[in-house]
Structures are given as C-alpha cells and as structure tokens.
Ligand binder design. Sequence first.
Ligand code: AP5
Length: 237
Amino acid sequence: MAGMPGSDRSGNDKYTLEDASADSMLKLIIFGPPSAGKGTQAQRLSKEYGLPQVSTGDLLREAVAKKTPLGVKIKSYLDTGRLGPDDLIVQLIKERVSKPDCAKGYLLDGFPRTMGQATELDKMTDIDLVLNIVVDHESLVERAVGRRICMKCNSVYNVTSNPPKKAGVCDKCGSELIQRDDDKEATVRNRLKVYQEQTAPLIEHFRKKGNIVDIDGSKGIEGVYSQMTAAIEKVRK
Ligand code: AP5
C-alpha cells in the first residue's frame, strides 16, 4: 500500500511505527468524498479504539439546530453544500480537540477539507494515519439520497444498504430519523463538485507526508471496516 507511515511525514523527521504507540496517542483522519461512509466508520472506530469522533459536519449541524452564533453564520453554507470559512472551522476544531476527552487522541471526520485547514492542522499536531475512502461518484449520490440520520445520537442509516429495524426510528435511542437538508440530489452533486475542487487535492498533500492509505469504499460496511482496522493495527504496533 502506497504511503503508509514509516516515510517522511513532516519536515525532515523520520516517522516510525513506534511513534504512534510511544505515548498511546492515536490521531486519525477519516477522509473521503461526501457520503463515502466516513461517519459510519468513524462511529465504529471510535468505539473500538476509545477515541472521540470529531466530526465538523455533526458539530456544525448541532450549532445550526441550536441557533448558536456559529450556527446562524454557517447555516447557508450547509444548506447549499459550500464549505464554511476556514477561520471558523479551524477555531471550532481547536476548541474541540482541546477538551479532555481528546487528550489520548481523536478521530477527525470531515476535517481538514481545504489546503488552508490542512496547513493549520500541520501546525497543531502530527496525524498518525489518514484513511482515504475511495468510492465512485454515482454510488455516492445513491448513498446520500438514501441516508437517514438521528439528530439525537448522530447514528447513520440508509434506506437500502443499512436500514433501521423499524422504518424512521433510530435503533440505538428510539428517536425519529430524518433526511438531511443537504441530501437532495442537486445539493449532493454540488457537494461532490466542491469536494473535487477543494478537498481532493489534499490527497497529494497526505501522500507527500506518507501517512495516507487508500480504502476500497465500494465494499459493504463490514468490508470497509476490516480494511480500516487492518491499517490502524499497523500503525499501533
Ligand atoms: P459533513 O457532514 O462532513 O458531510 P460530508 O463530508 O459531505 O460527508 P457526509 O456526512 O455526507 O458522508 P459520510 O462520508 O460521513 O457518509 P455516511 O457515513 O453518512 O459536512 C456537511 C457540510 O458541513 C459540508 O457540506 C460543509 O458545508 C460543512 N462542513 C463540514 N466540514 C467542513 C469543513 N472541514 N470545512 C468547511 N465546511 C465543512 O454514509 C452515507 C450513507 O451511505 C449512509 O446512508 C450510510 O448508511 C451509507 N453507507 C456507508 N457506508 C456504506 C457502504 N460501505 N456501503 C453502502 N452504504 C454505505
């Protein structure tokens, strides 16, 4: 697999596998286009490795729902599938990862998404592994349009590939499932375009640092999960 840790990560320091486990810290990025399955996998990995899932999308949706000052500013970006301003997003991440539950590492889901955000992240910390989910764009549109989420516990379902036991009800907390406003087909296609233009170029940035691994996202949820845990185990040893 190309670009596994062990090669040069940042500056001239040589990164070794021991670095990841030396202080039992693990910092991961789940990367990929809209609806690739980042949130689905992040929730499982979070449980498996005891790492908090830090999802910019979830944090922003929560801010919008609560009508906080950030939520009011960011709402129109979410509704249209545009990326929020880097300064707001970086501030949000800095505040979140400085909380005590992130002291032993975390799992970034949906951040960074622009070169500006990646540069700020590089100044903040080193990342052990970027899990890059690769899926063709037509499947992504289908996945997004069929997605249903629980606004209470953020669990993710799909009406075809991952339905809840009872239609419209969260298996985990019993709350009502909703369709995200930005999961309408036209908005999804715009999000894919934004991804292609502003976020996909980061793959090259991670390849240069040597900490990215490609994950075949066309497999089912279990198949994707086992590829991810195999890659993580390599950096934990
Ligand atoms: P965000 O919530 O991060 O949206 P996204 O990146 O577009 O990702 P999604 O949540 O759509 O998908 P996912 O990859 O998590 O897939 P999921 O697991 O749900 O961001 C929303 C908005 O917030 C952005 O548009 C932007 O405006 C703003 N924003 C967020 N971060 C930002 C940042 N850093 N900078 C600026 N703005 C930012 O799965 C999708 C569906 O597929 C589900 O139904 C699931 O059940 C199904 N599924 C999952 N895996 C599989 C599989 N292997 N096979 C079949 N189906 C599957």
